[in-house]
Design a protein. Structure first.
Length: 155
């Protein structure tokens, strides 16, 4: 894994910097003909887990970007809890991924585009860990456009 630390591009805010890294993962998914969603997990300013959708390649509906990044981060940390970590993901997590973030006890989730159809926010109940901080809309247009262009190319 390529380790990236905030500060390598000082003109960006931390959220913009790490969302840019998640977008790089999403572009990898796009190139592999997967729905272009990317994720990174950050702890103490360092990326400790990366992932992008692999559902087609693995023939596994649970192989979402978040699941890949969370598993990689837990392996890096040598434990199953990510209380001091932030998950950056280009699209609002689905119910499955938000539920997984509960079990990993992710400290913060930062996402790009909202997903009115499948995002966990459409539910009127909290499915993330009670202490998890949620922030959405970071580089929203760029994240949404990547997904729109992917589906437009499929029609």
């Amino acid at each position: 894994m390529r380790y990236v630390t905030f500060g390598d591009e000082p003109e960006l805010s931390p959220d913009d910097f790490f969302m840019n890294e998640a977008l790089k993962e999403a572009r990898l998914a796009y190139a592999e003909d997967e729905i272009p969603i990317g994720a990174v997990v950050v702890c103490q300013g360092k990326i400790i887990g990366r992932g992008h959708n692999l559902t087609e390649r693995l023939n596994d509906v649970s192989a979402h970007a978040e699941m890949q990044a969370l598993t990689a981060a837990a392996n890096f940390m040598g434990g199953k809890y990510l209380k001091d970590c932030t998950l950056y993901v280009t699209l609002e997590p689905c119910v499955m991924c938000a539920g997984a973030s509960y079990w990993f006890q992710v400290g913060k989730i930062v996402f790009g585009a909202y997903d009115a159809r499948l995002g966990f926010g459409r539910l009127n109940q909290k499915i993330t860990h009670p202490k998890t901080i949620i922030s959405g809309g970071i580089r929203e247009n760029e994240c949404a456009e990547l997904v729109r262009n992917f589906f437009k190319s499929k029609r």
